[in-house]
Write a protein that binds this ligand. Structure first.
Ligand code: SAM
Length: 241
């Protein structure tokens, strides 16, 4: 008999993820690639410290979340993974594409502890690959003895992406130093370096000369950069406030 399971209308966000990533462009393509810090803020119905009692004994968590920004675009049977230069197609279930039938993503992140922010129970995390405001639908501890499979085959994504050098104009260096001493921009230099060294450009742009001026949005800062023969040069930062 055909399975008839319909439960999506009963799934509600348990929390919202707060991250420095204000737009999809530039977000690392998997967790653990960039040491960005963020928070999981529980929704009112789950805002109980009892709901996370014992969680601090784990170093990492699985986040299940909704690719909420892509839901409206639906999904296709096959997708073109950036790893394959955007040319070859693989089945949606053979990829980590954000355009999926139920729009569900999953990421392992590092847990730093339970904190209270603006009266809300929060989990301080790092290494996430999530857009700011992403709805979290479940959280579970990462259990190494079972979840870490040391001889697993990684298919088209066996290794972490190659990094490219990032360097800075004098004005960008001065601006980063100016912001980085402020509490809300802690680790800004490492964050910019981590994000840009992944070379966030779409695959087809990497194949030829690319004179374009690019921008990524981290916190409330627009970071402007371009490609040079030596790597990525950060030109300047502009506050969006
Ligand atoms: N680790 C997760 C997984 O495998 O399910 C996500 C992988 S997915 C390739 C990572 C990308 O999802 C990021 O680079 C970002 O562009 C995109 N993304 C992150 N949060 C999103 C959201 N809330 N809605 C849509 N796209 C999102």
């Amino acid at each position: 008999p055909q399975a008839k399971v319909s439960f999506s209308s009963q799934i509600n966000a348990v929390a919202i993820c707060r991250t420095p990533y204000k737009q999809k462009f530039g977000i690392p393509r998997q967790p653990g690639l960039v040491n960005a810090t963020g928070y999981i803020e529980f929704e009112p119905a789950f805002n109980h410290v009892d709901a996370v009692r014992g969680i601090e004994q784990y170093s990492h968590l699985w986040l299940l979340f909704c690719f909420h920004e892509n839901l409206a675009q639906g999904w296709k049977t096959t997708v073109r993974p950036p790893r394959l230069g955007g040319n070859e197609k693989l089945g949606v279930f053979a990829t980590r594409s954000t355009f999926r039938p139920n729009g569900i993503g999953q990421s392992v992140v590092k847990l730093h502890g339970i904190v209270t922010r603006k009266g809300k129970v929060c989990l301080a995390i790092s290494g996430m690959d999530l857009l700011d405001g992403t709805p979290i639908i479940d959280i579970k501890p990462y259990i190494p003895f079972s979840d870490a499979i040391l001889d697993a085959k990684g298919g088209i994504a066996q290794d972490a992406p190659l990094l490219i050098p990032v360097y800075y104009t004098n004005i960008a260096t001065t601006q980063i130093a100016h912001y980085a001493v402020q509490e809300q921009y802690q680790g800004l230099h490492e964050l910019i370096e981590g994000v840009l060294s992944q070379d966030p450009r779409p695959a087809y742009k990497k194949a030829k000369d690319d004179p374009k001026l690019y921008q990524v949005a981290l916190y409330d800062l627009d970071i402007f950069w371009h490609i040079t023969p030596h790597g990525i040069e950060v030109l300047e930062l502009k506050s969006t406030q």
